[in-house]
Design a protein around this ligand. Structure first.
Ligand code: NAD
Length: 483
């Protein structure tokens, strides 16, 4: 039996499909025979309708009672948390993250809404004394207006949540376009938001392609701010469009995050941190550590034990509780991963283990985690973002070489070190040019209430999350008054 056709959410209602739309089939990467949902795709015309609906709702929502905003956000957060298992299953089924991680992601989404429920009530203005007698000055934060939100496929509910919650909290209206690979979690989130008490038009969601719907959203003159997470290539295009029409823009893009393992590292900590950061979530995290930089004293034993642990990882269906690593997200990404593996071998790196597609009944996109040694810094596997379970190890002599290697990248999202030395830990935290630095922790895995973001090719514009999100989702107004 085919499931009912789902659709976009515009101006307070799910759009009734006309029958003329293109159909999007959302398939399970663990078993592509399984269709999770079918969607009627939005087009440019519906995008314009959504932006106009959001714009019509701007002034009432911008001046709404903060208690109303707090209550709405709190209700959304509570429902997400209460449905963590069901939403986690849906996420694991459509994206391939294992259930444990998927439920963790759902928790994070719920907590983000709860955080911004509190933030809606936080005082945000300041008073100043003027240099002129009798004059008072105050600054206040105003909403930006209509915000366009574009999200990637690898965090189907957490990334939308950490953008939508602050946008609504600070009085903006939202038009949200999720990645087409993961529309079901986005639809579930929109359905929860639709029952939260928001006025019509304040929140809209469009299920449709980036090159048409995403592009139309970015170019619409009524969209005053654009928050994007995705690839560097799309991010650059969006930045150019935004700057040209002077819209605010915030981009979170790729990474090639280094993890240094020092001779003095605790071996068990180093193994856990390396495995978790490199292979979990099938390596499909912008903060994954796909470059390991290991000093020569610990190298032989560390590589031997890492190989053993990598071989022991169980690759399988994301919904099977015994699975460590789920499938790659789709056939295209699997081909990208296999292409990088072939290029690593062709460039002379040694594939110690993994790297083969695993053929299972159902045709899921399963890939054995791949571990490369004898890697040199010019190799593609070491320089470019892969976004899969492929790890390259570079051997170095000492901390100075390790630090220089870690910095040798056009990206700057997350960087880690495993060491028991305070001297190295302190130097690394102080001098790393990444936006997020981890000591004895995986490069991936961050809290929801503190700033998130990177430098150089990884991020552009103000930080996301925590109280820092205010910077992007508001404008500052300075008022002068003669008393
Ligand atoms: P992508 O750039 O292909 O797509 C991201 C979103 O942009 C999707 O919703 C897509 O439909 C839309 N899009 C595509 N072309 C567009 C256009 N011309 N105009 C407007 N929108 C358009 O990225 P992806 O493959 O979905 O995600 C993987 C990438 O995301 C990786 O590079 C990864 O590192 C990055 N990522 C970064 C972070 C971070 O916080 N830094 C987090 C997660 C993922």
């Amino acid at each position: 039996m085919t499931s009912p056709l789902k659709s976009s959410f515009v101006n307070g209602a799910f759009v009734e499909p006309s029958g003329a739309e293109q159909i999007l089939e959302n398939r399970n990467p663990s078993d592509p025979r399984d269709i999770v949902d079918r969607f009627a795709r939005a087009d440019e015309q519906l995008t314009h309708v959504a932006v106009e609906a959001a714009n019509a709702a701007v002034s009432a929502w911008a001046t709404s009672n903060p208690q109303l905003r707090a209550d709405v956000l709190d209700r959304i957060g509570s429902e997400i948390l209460a449905r963590r298992e069901e939403l986690g299953r849906l996420l694991a089924r459509e994206e391939g993250k294992v259930l444990r991680e998927a439920m963790g992601e759902v928790d994070r989404a719920g907590r983000s809404f709860k955080f911004y429920a509190q933030e809606a009530l936080r005082a945000s203005g300041e008073k100043y004394e003027s240099v002129r007698p009798g004059v008072g000055i105050d600054t206040s934060r105003q909403p930006v207006g209509v915000v366009g939100i574009i999200s990637p496929w690898n965090f189907p509910i957490a990334i939308p949540a950490w953008k939508i919650a602050p946008a609504l909290c600070f009085g903006n209206c939202v038009v949200f376009k999720p990645a087409e690979m993961v529309p079901s979690s986005a639809w579930a989130l929109a359905e929860i938001i639709s029952r939260s008490g928001l006025p019509a038009g304040v929140f809209n969601m469009l299920i449709g392609p980036g090159r048409s719907v995403g592009d139309a959203l970015m170019r619409h003159p009524l969209v005053k701010a654009i928050s994007f997470t995705g690839s560097e290539q799309t991010g650059r295009q969006i930045a150019a469009i935004a700057v040209e029409r002077m819209a605010k823009v915030q981009l979170e893009m790729g990474g090639k995050n280094p993890l240094i393992v020092m001779d003095d590292a605790d071996m068990e900590v180093a193994l856990d941190v390396a495995l978790q950061g490199s292979f979990f979530s099938t390596g499909q995290r912008c903060t994954a550590s796909s470059r390991l930089i290991v000093t020569e004293g610990i190298y032989p034993e560390f590589i031997a034990r890492l190989t053993e642990r990598t071989r022991a990882l169980k690759v399988g269906d994301a919904l099977d509780a015994s699975t460590d690593i789920g499938p790659v997200a789709d056939a295209k990404q699997l081909e990208v991963d296999l292409d990088f593996i072939r290029s690593g071998i062709a460039e002379g790196a040694t594939l110690v283990c993994g790297g083969e597609r695993l053929v299972r009944e159902g045709g899921g996109y399963f890939l054995e985690p791949a571990l490369f040694v004898d890697v040199t810094p010019e190799m593609r596997i070491y320089r470019e973002e892969i976004f899969g379970p492929v790890l390259s190890v570079l051997k170095v002599r000492n901390y100075e070489e390790a630090f220089a290697a870690a910095e040798d990248t056009p990206f700057g999202l997350s960087a880690g070190i495993v060491t028991t030395s305070l001297k190295y830990a302190e130097h690394f935290k102080r001098n790393s040019s990444a936006g997020m630095v981890m000591v004895n922790l995986p490069t991936a895995g961050v809290d929801y209430h503190v700033p998130f973001g990177g430098n150089r090719g990884s991020s552009y514009g103000p930080r996301e999350q925590g109280t820092y999100a205010r910077e992007f989702f508001t404008r500052v107004k300075t008022s002068y008054q003669l008393s």
